[in-house]
Design a protein around this ligand. Sequence first.
Ligand SMILES: Nc1nc2c(c(=O)[nH]1)N[C@H]1C(S)=C(S)[C@@H](COP(=O)(O)OP(=O)(O)OC[C@H]3O[C@@H](n4cnc5c(=O)[nH]c(N)nc54)[C@H](O)[C@@H]3O)O[C@H]1N2
Ligand SMILES: Nc1nc2c(c(=O)[nH]1)N[C@H]1C(S)=C(S)[C@@H](COP(=O)(O)OP(=O)(O)OC[C@H]3O[C@@H](n4cnc5c(=O)[nH]c(N)nc54)[C@H](O)[C@@H]3O)O[C@H]1N2
Ligand code: SF4
Ligand SMILES: [Mo]
Length: 830
Amino acid sequence: MMQSNDGWIKTTCAYCGVGCGVEARPNMSGELEVRGDKSHPSNYGKLCTKGIALGDTVIHDGRLLAPIDKRTAGGEELDWHSATQIIADNFSKAIKEHGPDSVAFYVSGQLLTEDYYVANKLIKGFLGTANIDSNSRLCMASSVVGHKRAFGSDTVPVCYDDLEQAELVVLVGSNLAWCHPVLFQRLRSAKQNNPSLRVVVIDPRRTDSCDIADEHLALNSGSDVALFNGLLTHIAEHGCLDDEFVSNHTNNAKQALDQAAQESDIESLTGLSQEQLQRFYQDFVTTDKVITVYSQGVNQSTTGSDKVNSIINCHLATGKVGKEGTGPFSVTGQPNAMGGREVGALANTLASHMEFDKPEHLALVSNFWGTENLASKPGLKAVDMFDAMAEGKIKAVWIMATNPMVSLPDSEKIRKALETCEFVAVSDCIADTETTRMADIVLPAQGWSEKSGTVTNSERRISRQRRVMPSPGMAKPDWWIISQVAQKMGFGEAFDYLHEGEIFREYAALSTQGNQNGERDFSLIGLTQLDDKGYSQLLPQQWPVTELQSEVVNQRLFSDKQFYTPDRKANFVPVRHSAPKSVTSEAYPLLLNSGRTRDQWHTMSRTGLSARLGEHKSEPYVQIHPHTANEYRVQNGQLVLVSSAQGKCQVRAEVTSEVSPGQLFIPIHWNNLTAKDAKPCDLIAPYTDNASGQPEFKHTPVTLQPCLYQSAALFTSRHVMDFDKLDYWARQKIEHGYLYRIESTLSVYELAQQLKSHLTGESDRIASYESGMSGLKHRFVSVVNDKVSQEVYVQPRLSETDISSIIENFNRHVDSAQESVFPDESQLVS
Ligand SMILES: Nc1nc2c(c(=O)[nH]1)N[C@H]1C(S)=C(S)[C@@H](COP(=O)(O)OP(=O)(O)OC[C@H]3O[C@@H](n4cnc5c(=O)[nH]c(N)nc54)[C@H](O)[C@@H]3O)O[C@H]1N2
Ligand SMILES: Nc1nc2c(c(=O)[nH]1)N[C@H]1C(S)=C(S)[C@@H](COP(=O)(O)OP(=O)(O)OC[C@H]3O[C@@H](n4cnc5c(=O)[nH]c(N)nc54)[C@H](O)[C@@H]3O)O[C@H]1N2
Ligand code: SF4
Ligand SMILES: [Mo]
């Protein structure tokens, strides 16, 4: 049953690539109750903090409710007919005047497969250009290249079950504990059940994933290829090659081994001791069941594709692939990163794991879509696409479900690109994001809990996301919006879908074209006959789907030692260490790493709505090693300015030995809507991996200096405030409103006066306290309808106690005739 008698509906989580099954039920007061789905094979009922808080984020705060023409003064609301006509007209005009390559789509792993499929079909099939790229370029592109080079196809061979069967799990550049928490919980339980299971973490930082690790190898940033080449040489030199597998089922082993053998100075490149290296190498070769999990510490690098192949080479050399509990395992980030790769929404793939360089694939796809205008060559990858836009070559762009103003490197260039582009359409659920601010037209999309379709998780399992709540305002599914535009551009017949189930069936059928005998890895042949009821009730399916799976299957690919290359053999890829493209200098001697925190999701447009999730990390921060802090005269808890050749960033110092000396780490979540100057992408240069086009996000030369402020303040408010004129502010969601942390070069008195002018309550209901003699403590409270609606607290410095006190006081009921609005007034007397 997809809906139980007591109203629970099965769906999947909105966030990470683990793809947990969720059961959701709206309650009488309109809130959404959420619990883990015990029958779902990703999580068997477990959820992480973000999954548990899904209900907090389905509120209507900040939602985009109607299409808006932002070119008009005041932003005119449009009906759907006019909005999609404007998009159709602008795209048609650009194509007519400047050719098909003058338009582009920039899409996202947060679209459902059905949306993704329709977007790819419209632009590649009918607009005649492959200028569609996905934010997966920032995320999975290096893994895609690594897989294709080694296996001939973009195949993730393992399943989650393998993780539990393994005896050694190596986490490379993956903070699984925070980024794939339920998978991490499964690994932790597997370790408890099997004490001989070992975990090795390979990450320049100490992360919470190290809590279950037997060994943490804090290698130098960017040195993974050297480390794994050392392992490959060790395998060969210690007679640990799987000769039968290597000679019968692989190519190029000798070349790869020769390259690896030339790798010298592995100790100094990696910064690891000979003992550490030997222990890890020995562990790898003496253990049969090894899984190497890797993520952005591998992919997001100018040598990302080579890092991937250096890992896969070691698995091929020891035959550790296609067998239970073994394999290289690239874990996907977004809920539907894998679905995007399946439909082909990267600029350099065609569709359904078919490729531009195969004429027979071009013919199959043209024929299947009934088009004569299929793009015949790859389009522009994300960074190149925005470069072309900045140069005026892209005249119309449509951005869907991603926030490139925050997430692409060199934010200033992205701003210039969007300013230069003549027509920018943005589909999002949220009205105000840094990217919607740059749009000509914004389109309201249905969000999680409203939209309906499918997603594919890290282990190739396709699950349904189901509609559990009505959508607010005029919000529509992304596939519907794209189809409306397609119809208005004259492609009605190919885009006359009535519902998402029809799209899924077509997508399943495309996967079978020229693939009747499993010529390609990705096949949904067992789902092509799915009727509407079958789609509505679809249970999780792991591809390849040869027949409808009515119970959970755990398939491992390559167990037959057959790969998707012309001779069915896997390829070793000879690789050598090369330094990251950006290098430190006298001016920028430190290295900035960036990544995620446990309870926030990307640019915070949704997790930022939850007060619970705001508590874990409440302010943008930078991790700094104590020695580095000392050298730069930075105190723990002080605001610091981090700057690079690209830009600057202002964040609070977290002095910790979790990072190495000379290394900094800034989380990616805060942006211009949630803090002043706290975006790491302002600092990052757009260097990319030559093979994958994936940007380097983890290795930026920077420098550091403390910010010398005179005064600090806290400001609580029911509504969002504009403090951009101040030197520093950061916003945290709290129950019923927001808490702002503020710092300034103004004196305490001046800042207090300035903030007082932001109080919006009636003046006779504003109570104030100013400490007598010193004038160093100011507190103002505005009461509206007998509740504390705003409060300001200014001092030279603020403490944790001040923060909890102001949060506690916020929204409190006060009868000001009888009681003070300052609950702890006695403490204020100085
Ligand atoms: N809470 C939360 N979870 C998420 C997300 C989120 O926003 N929030 N986003 C999702 C998405 S889209 C993705 S892609 C995944 C990302 O998941 P992860 O890749 O696990 O997360 P990151 O924090 O980006 O980076 C992982 C680690 O790589 C390390 N690293 C940096 N440089 C190197 C290096 O040169 N070598 C090695 N070996 N390691 C290095 C970093 O120190 C960091 O700890 O998370 C997904 N899950
Ligand atoms: N410095 C640095 N930068 C990074 C990274 C890093 O590690 N370091 N990681 C990179 C990676 S791996 C990733 S995946 C990206 C993520 O970066 P983004 O994709 O830019 O981040 P999100 O905040 O997830 O943006 C998704 C947007 O889509 C909207 N949305 C959600 N659901 C839907 C929907 O169904 N339809 C529509 N139309 N809109 C929807 C949300 O409201 C939100 O505004 O960031 C990349 N950038
Ligand atoms: S692990 Fe990922 S998919 Fe599962 S509940 Fe957490 S965020 Fe959602
Ligand atoms: Mo990602």
